[in-house]
Structure formats: C-alpha cells, structure tokens
Design a protein around this ligand. Structure first.
Ligand code: SAH
Length: 344
C-alpha cells in the first residue's frame, strides 16, 4: 500500500501513469489528498480510479483516537493512531496569531534526555512524511472549519534522527497546492545533532530553528542530555550560526529550568556569556515534572529571577507559556498514560 500523501506531485504523476491514468489526474489527486478528503469523496476522479485507489493506496494514514481539551486555556491534546497500531501525540494551541499544532516526528525517541517522557521506552520508529502530514490533516478535522496556521516539530521524537522524512514533510507542507504552510510558520526543535543541522543549512528551508540547550556549559549539559557527550555546546552553536547565516532566521534556544541543576542566577549569567553576539531568543521553560523522573521544576520566583538576569545581560528572553497543564501537556505524557491504561 502506497501512502500517497507522502509523494511529491511528480511522483504522484508517475504512480498514476504506471496505472494507465492521465497525468493531469495527479494535480486533482494531490489537491484532494492534502485537504484531507477520503478517496471515496474525490468527486472529479473517474469511478474506476476511485475504486482502484483504496486497493493499492492509503489516503490519510492518521486518525485522532483521543481528544482532551484543557479547561484552563482551550489547548487540545490529541492522540493520533497510525496504521500499524502505534500512536503518537499532538497538541493544538490557540495563540493571538492563529492556531499552532505541535506534532511528533517519531514513535518514542532514542535521545535519552533525562527530563523527557518521550524517551522512556526508546524509539520504535520514525514517522513517514505522510504520517506527519496526516497529523496536520487529522488536527484540522477536529477544528470546526478553522485550520492549523503554524506547526512546531516539538512532539515526541528527534526530527533530525528522521532527517529524510522530515525534509520531505517540510517541502510537502509548504507546497502551494497542498497545505501551503511556508517554513516561516514552522519551528523545528532539535537536541542538537550537529551534522544534520549543517546538512539542513543546505536545504534552503528557512524555518525557526530551536535548539534544546538546557545548560550553560558542557558539564551540566552532559548530566541531563546524552547528546552532549557527542557534541560540545561550542560545536552545536557554531552549527546554529551556520543555519542563521544561510536562513537569516534568529535561533531560538530552549532552556528548561531544573531545580538544583541549571536554574541559578550564576547559570543565567553563564548562559548570557555563551550567547553574546548570537542573534537569538531564549525560551525559558518551567520544567514539566514527569513522575518517572526525579527532576524537580522551579518556583515562580526562580523563573522571574532567571529571566531578569538574562535581560539585565541584554539577552532577549521570554518565559514559555505553559498550556494544557491539566491535560498531560508535557511531551509523551498522554501517550504513556494511554498505553498504561490499555495494558491493564
Ligand atoms: N527532540 C527535539 C524535539 C522534541 S522535545 C528536541 O529535543 O528539541 C521538545 C522540547 O520539549 C525540547 O526542548 C525538550 O527538551 C523539551 N522537554 C522535554 N521534556 C520536558 C519537560 N519535562 N519539561 C519541559 N520541557 C521538556
């Protein structure tokens, strides 16, 4: 079975021509697929083709199987099912400038960050480009006529550990006859796979690159992120500088405050020193505590003090709004809960 959603228009044309169909059907089919329309409802395709399609191909490979809406802010946590029985999470958040969807790029993750729930059971597999697009289409399906406006690749998985599929997804999502979501409306978060950041710099996709930094020096970073044993912060920031140079987009640094580890004023000062001269913005994230991990978040005062110190050092920084706190908003939490329940 071919996941047609993951094919570029020219590949779709070849696929159809190999089945004796006219080339112009590709444009029609592409438009329908990327609007989330099932095969049976593709009304301008001949009946013969509409009957052939479900025998050899898949339209949308993702479905929403659970939906929880936060009473606090309307954030929706979605659980998506994939065709092989696996499931991944997404989150819909409403901001002033439109609806943002956070999608997963892998089932689980193998990066092993100590504070993250997505990595607790390792990585099962990477998602295909069609599955990532399917997450967006399935999310549009629960939106009552509204559409996802921005996408963040910040759900479970390390996008650069699934490089080819992620690049294909980004190109397809930006296609004018598809979702038409340009890279400017997309953020990609990485724990810092240096060779892939450099390779991505050559793809010509100017999105917002977010680096999960979480530490002001290599010693602290190595305590909480295994990737830090492989690449130093200096190498990682140099790769980000290269991306900034070619894309012209400032880098976002994510920094989750963990009590007793990286949240002191001295750490804020050290971080500011590290980032001096880099066109960037720091997203300070109060740690979402994960019951399986014995790392603690910080209190309001600590967050404010950390931010104030960064600002005093003239580093652009904001606190990331916590959304959906009442609905297992943190990475990997809803899926784990669902798996635990279904295993009972
Ligand atoms: N693998 C990618 C993207 C997925 S994680 C990455 O590492 O960036 C998305 C963001 O959530 C990352 O910044 C990650 O470090 C952060 N994160 C993971 N667990 C968290 C937790 N318990 N509390 C706060 N942020 C967390």
């Amino acid at each position: 079975m071919t996941e047609l959603l993951g094919l570029y228009p020219e590949e779709l044309r070849e696929w159809l021509q190999a089945r004796g169909e006219a080339a112009f059907r590709a444009k029609q089919l592409f438009g329908w697929l990327h609007r989330g329309v099932p095969f049976a409802e593709m009304s301008n395709l001949p009946l013969k083709l509409r009957e052939l399609l479900p025998k050899e191909a898949v339209d949308c490979p993702v479905q929403v199987i659970r939906e929880r809406t936060s009473r606090l802010d309307g954030t929706k946590k979605l659980l998506f099912s994939l065709r092989d029985g696996n499931c991944v999470e997404g989150v819909l958040m409403r901001y002033q400038y439109g609806i943002t969807l956070c999608i997963s790029t892998q089932v689980g993750c193998r990066m092993g960050c100590r504070f993250c729930a997505s990595t607790l059971s390792g990585c099962i597999r990477g998602l295909s480009a069609a599955e990532m697009l399917g997450e967006v289409l399935a999310a549009n399906g629960v939106l009552d006529g509204e559409q996802v406006h921005n996408i963040v690749l910040m759900g479970s998985g390390e996008p650069f550990d699934n490089y080819d599929n992620v690049v294909r997804f980004l190109r397809l999502a930006g296609h004018p006859e598809g979702l038409n979501i340009s890279p400017r409306r997309i953020s990609l978060s990485t724990c810092g796979l240096v060779p892939q950041i450099l390779r991505f710099s050559g793809e010509g996709i100017p999105l917002t690159m977010s680096l999960s930094l979480h530490a002001p020096n290599d010693e602290i970073r190595r305590q909480i992120m295994p990737i830090a044993a492989k690449y130093t912060i200096r190498e990682t920031l140099d790769a980000c500088r290269e991306y900034l140079r070619v894309s012209g987009r400032r880098i976002v640094l994510e920094y989750a405050l963990i009590d007793g580890v990286n949240a002191g004023i001295e750490h804020a000062r050290e971080l500011a020193g590290l980032l001096r001269g880099l066109q960037c913005h720091v997203n300070v994230i109060p740690l979402n505590s994960v019951p399986e991990r014995n790392l603690r978040g910080v209190n309001e005062q600590q967050v404010s003090a950390f931010l104030a110190e960064l600002k005093r050092c003239r580093i652009s920084a904001t606190r990331r709004r916590e959304m959906g706190d009442d609905i297992e908003g943190a990475c990997g939490q809803l899926r784990r809960k669902y798996m635990e329940e279904t295993e009972l």
